[in-house]
Structure formats: structure tokens, C-alpha cells
Design a protein around this ligand. Structure first.
Ligand code: SF4
Length: 362
């Protein structure tokens, strides 16, 4: 439902102080309660017999699926229902594929490069999503004739592609026009501006991009951008809370601590890896929040830290009784030392890049 509870309520008898106000026929004690549940899609508009036709029409329109979901090989595309990620979230990332001709002399070599291509970023392993083959069937690829049958809106990469992509997404999501409800696939042209145009289409609003050539740097760039665009804004990227090891630590190694916000973890982890000295990094569960946010939201408390250490039996794992915490958490030093009986808390650096100098100074 695109309307909020308050927007729906304005149409109902209680808002107009009309007959049937809070009559409970819908199964809810008030018109307001019904409006809120309807906005959350937890009831249907036909439960209220006193709803004006105007609101019924809006509800009926909203019941239509904005964009269908389609499988391209193993990749799922479409299913989007917003224009902007911050409205809710994007659902399925833009699939990135290649079309190859089996008769081409470098076909085998290209296919091998595509199969070998893999990048890992913020814990996500990314590979080419699909390969379409012309003039021959090859295991693990999609026959061009089969691809042609998929219910996709197919666009060629030209001067008006971006305008078309925006128009199609608006028709699908805002107007719920069924003629535009299939996911959109763009066949990319190869020239010196392919990367720039592909990046633009990825942001707005291609569900799949097909390239006639394979270029590792182009694909790595697009996949990095894609990972950022398709992150759910309500779910911060996070890593598994546990004790991470760097450079083969032993019971006397130095110990750091931080939250499980992925970007914080990777920034600190990269520094610890490059220190070339053995170390531990205790990652505390904090709903994927960054250090200061987690502390303010009470997701990084002395009690949570204590539980984490107990869970991983940290006291028996190391002889070290010093833990370096992020500089932003200096306020927690005393509290942590009281809770973590026997551990000395050292306030570390605010920024990860300063860890190396900090350790040397120690
Ligand atoms: Fe209000 Fe309609 Fe529910 Fe009656 S049936 S309480 S008028 S929403």
C-alpha cells in the first residue's frame, strides 16, 4: 500500500465524523486501527463497507504487482516496487551478463575468463550472473533462443535508453500499468563510454545488463557500484560477531575490539592484517551499527561485551589481559574494566588508519 495510515484514515467515517464511525464491522475497534492495518497490508479494503469509491480505486490500483519477477539462469530480476531506494528498498540487484557467439574464434577463452571471474567485497562473492550463447548450446549458459522467450522488456543502448528506463519504471511503480510490469534488460553497446552508461542504467533502472564483450575491470566496477545501490538501507551491512585472528595469533597476542558493522570491521581488519604481527579482533554483536551509533543505541554495552567474551571463551583462550577498544568509546573504559574483571581496557585510535602508529608507540 502506497498510502500511509493517516492518508487512508482521512477517507474513513471517523475522520469525517460521519455515520458508522468506529462501527467495528471491519473487525477493528476503530477506523484508525483499520487504516493503520490497511496501510501495512495486514487487512483488505473490502472489510469496510463504508469506504468511499475514491479510496477503493486507490486500493485496487495498489493491489496490482508493480513489477514482475523473472529468472535469468540462476539470477532473479525485477520485483521492484519503489522509485527510490530510501522509500523502502530495492529488491533484486541488476543482473550483469554477457552474450557470446560460439562461432567466434575466442569463444572458449572468453568463456573461461568469465567462469574464473570472481570478486569479493564486504563479504559478498560476486560473479557474472549469466552467459547467453548464440549458435550453440553450452552447459551453464542460456541459449539465445531461450533468452528471447523470457518476459523481459528489451532495450538497446542508445541516446534515449535512460529516458525509457525511467519512464518504464514510473509506469510500473507509480501507475501500476501492467504493460510495463516486466523487468527491463538493456543490451549494451561497446565503446569508450560503455562503463559510464552502464553505471547510469544500473542506478536507473535496468534490471539486467547484457554486454557483447567481457571486460574484468568493467564488471568489477559495475558490481562494486551495484553492491552499494542494492544495499537495504534498513539493514546495515554486517559481519559475523566472533573473534577474528590475524597473522596466526597465540595466547600472548594483542587484542582489539570493535562492532560488527561491516565497513568498520573491514577497515580495522585490513590494518591488522597489514601490521604483520599476530593479533585478535573481538567483534561484538551490535546490529551492524558503527561504533558511536551502537554505543548511543545501547547496542555496545559492557554487558554485551562481557557476554561476547564468555561466548567465545576468550579469557581461557588468551593470557593477554589487555583489550584495545575504539578511541570513540573512551567513555566506556571504566565501565568495561568493572564488568570484565581482570581485563585492562586500553583506549585505541579513533580512525583505523592510525592503528599501525598506535601499536608501534605501545
Ligand atoms: Fe471504520 Fe469502516 Fe471499520 Fe466501521 S468498518 S470501524 S467505518 S473502518
Amino acid at each position: 500500500m502506497n498510502l500511509s495510515g493517516m492518508q487512508i484514515f482521512k477517507y474513513l467515517p471517523a475522520a469525517k465524523k460521519a455515520e458508522h464511525t468506529n462501527c467495528k464491522t471491519c473487525g477493528f475497534s476503530t477506523c484508525m486501527a483499520f487504516a493503520i492495518k490497511l496501510a501495512q497490508n495486514q487487512t483488505t479494503f473490502d472489510k469496510c463497507p463504508y469506504m468511499p469509491d475514491e479510496l477503493k480505486a486507490v486500493c485496487q490500483k495498489n493491489m496490482k504487482v508493480p513489477q514482475k519477477t523473472v529468472k535469468i539462469g540462476d539470477a532473479t530480476v525485477g520485483g521492484e516496487n519503489v522509485l527510490y531506494r530510501h522509500e523502502k528498498t530495492f529488491v533484486n540487484k541488476t543482473a550483469i551478463g554477457v552474450i557470446l557467439d560460439c562461432n567466434s574464434p575466442d569463444f572458449e577463452q572468453k568463456l573461461e575468463r568469465i567462469k574464473e571471474f570472481e570478486i569479493t567485497r564486504v563479504n559478498e562473492v560476486m560473479k557474472v550472473d549469466f552467459v547467453i550463447t548464440k549458435n550453440g548450446a553450452v552447459d551453464g549458459t542460456i541459449l539465445y533462443e531461450d533468452f528471447e522467450k523470457l518476459p523481459l522488456i528489451k532495450l538497446q543502448d542508445d541516446d534515449v535508453t535512460l529516458e525509457k528506463l525511467i519512464e518504464i519504471r514510473k509506469k510500473a511503480v507509480v501507475e501500476r500499468d501492467e504493460e510495463f510490469s516486466n523487468p527491463v534488460c538493456v543490451f549494451m553497446k561497446s565503446d569508450e563510454k560503455t562503463c559510464a552508461r552502464a553505471a547510469l542504467y544500473l542506478c536507473k533502472y535496468a534490471n539486467a545488463l547484457v554486454f557483447e564483450d567481457f571486460d574484468e575491470s568493467l564488471f568489477a566496477t559495475l558490481m562494486t557500484l551495484r553492491q552499494n545501490i542494492f544495499t537495504d538501507p534498513q539493514k546495515p551491512l554486517q559481519v559475523e560477531p566472533k573473534v577474528y585472528e590475524f597473522n596466526n595469533p597465540d595466547e600472548n597476542s594483542i587484542c582489539f575490539m570493535t562492532t560488527n558493522f561491516a565497513l568498520t570491521y573491514y577497515a580495522v581488519a585490513a590494518e591488522l592484517e597489514n601490521l604483520h604481527i599476530p593479533s585478535y579482533l573481538i567483534v561484538v554483536p551490535s546490529d551492524g551499527m558503527s561504533v558511536l551509533t551502537a554505543w548511543s543505541a545501547e547496542k555496545f554495552t559492557a554487558k554485551i561485551v562481557k557476554k561476547t567474551l564468555e561466548k567465545f571463551d576468550f579469557k581461557n583462550r588468551v593470557k593477554t589481559r589487555k583489550i584495545i577498544i575504539p578511541g570513540l568509546l573512551s567513555e566506556m573504559k571504566e565501565e568495561l574494566e568493572q564488568e570484565l574483571d581482570g581485563f585492562e581496557i586500553i583506549v585505541g585510535t579513533i580512525d583505523a588508519y592510525a592503528i599501525s602508529d598506535f601499536v608501534k608507540a605501545m
